[in-house]
Design a protein around this ligand. Structure first.
Ligand code: AR6
Length: 179
């Protein structure tokens, strides 16, 4: 599914983010930037061991929840990895929605600062961090669509969704945004 917002596109695909040919790939990291499971593990495995070293050297204090930091992309086809730290879902009363929106916004800021034309996002926080996919998808898609209405820099944002349930949920939300 592909939809135009401003002069840019939002694309939804079912697949593996590590194989995407885009300028920047977003990782769903933890605040220690220490690697982990899920998409974090897959990205570090595919990008190679230099990325963990770069994270430790450049960001020794880690990254707060709701923010993101940039590194090179090692063996990936991308130029950059943006390591975003989404919130752990604790029922919705711990500012989770603001923190998730802020994680996406920081990645979009990094994309603009690094002159990226294309960015691939996973569904941040909806795995190990248990954020309900329908709520997270709404924040992800609305935050990106709002930015694409105003930026001239970013031309493509691709959400790379790993399972059919998440892909279906994001597709339904994007459809409702068209009417
Ligand atoms: N490509 C795209 N999406 C993927 C891939 C992949 N290769 N692998 C998994 N996903 P999660 P979180 C999906 O748990 O909830 C890590 O240990 C997955 O199916 O990776 O933000 C970190 O170090 C789900 O839909 O991230 C943190 O400690 C989505 O990516 C913690 O997990 C996010 O799931 C972050 O948890």
């Amino acid at each position: 599914m592909i939809v135009q917002f401003g002069s840019a596109l939002i694309e939804l695909v079912l697949g593996d983010i590590t194989t995407q040919e885009v300028d920047a790939i977003v990782n769903a990291a933890n605040s220690f930037l220490a690697g982990g499971g899920g998409v974090d593990g897959a990205i570090h495995d595919a990008a190679g061991p230099e990325i963990i070293k770069e994270l430790a050297r450049r960001y020794p204090d880690g990254c707060p929840t709701g923010s993101a930091v940039a590194t090179s992309a090692g063996l990936l086809a991308a130029q950059f990895i943006f390591h975003a730290v989404g919130p752990v879902w604790e029922g919705g009363g711990k500012k989770e929605s603001q923190l998730l929106q802020s994680a996406y916004e920081t990645c979009l800021d990094l994309a603009e600062q690094n002159r990226c034309r294309s960015v691939a996002f996973p569904s941040i926080s909806t795995g190990v961090y248990r954020y309900p996919v329908d709520l997270a998808g709404e924040i992800a898609l609305r935050t990106v669509a709002t930015r694409l209405e105003s930026t001239q820099q970013i031309k493509l944002v691709r959400f790379v969704l790993f399972d059919q349930g998440t892909f279906g949920c994001y597709s339904r939300i994007l459809e409702t945004m068209l009417v």
